[in-house]
Design a protein around this ligand. Structure first.
Ligand code: ZN
Length: 86
């Protein structure tokens, strides 16, 4: 589990913009991210503990990777929708 910071998530989002992977929602906070070129699929999970956000991905990266960068957009939209309906 890696802590999400403004700096590391910005980098990951930028990389995701270049790679444009396909993001599928498995359930709230769980996403499946597929690289359209290689077909490799990884699973990203988001966790929130005491207002600190963490993410993890089952790819080889040990940093906030672009899979996390790609999923966070979908995650923010979903989280806002849930807050709005709650
Ligand atoms: Zn990854």
């Amino acid at each position: 589990m890696i802590e999400i910071t403004k700096t590391n998530i910005e980098k990951a989002i930028n990389k995701a913009r270049q790679t444009k992977p396909f993001v599928k929602v498995i359930e709230f906070r769980r996403y499946s991210v597929t690289n359209k070129i290689t077909g490799a699929t990884y699973e990203v999970k988001f966790t929130k503990i005491n207002n600190t956000k963490y993410a993890e991905c089952n790819c080889k990266a040990t940093v906030i990777c672009y899979h996390i960068g790609a999923s966070i957009g979908a995650h923010i939209v979903l989280a806002e929708q849930l807050t709005a309906t709650a």
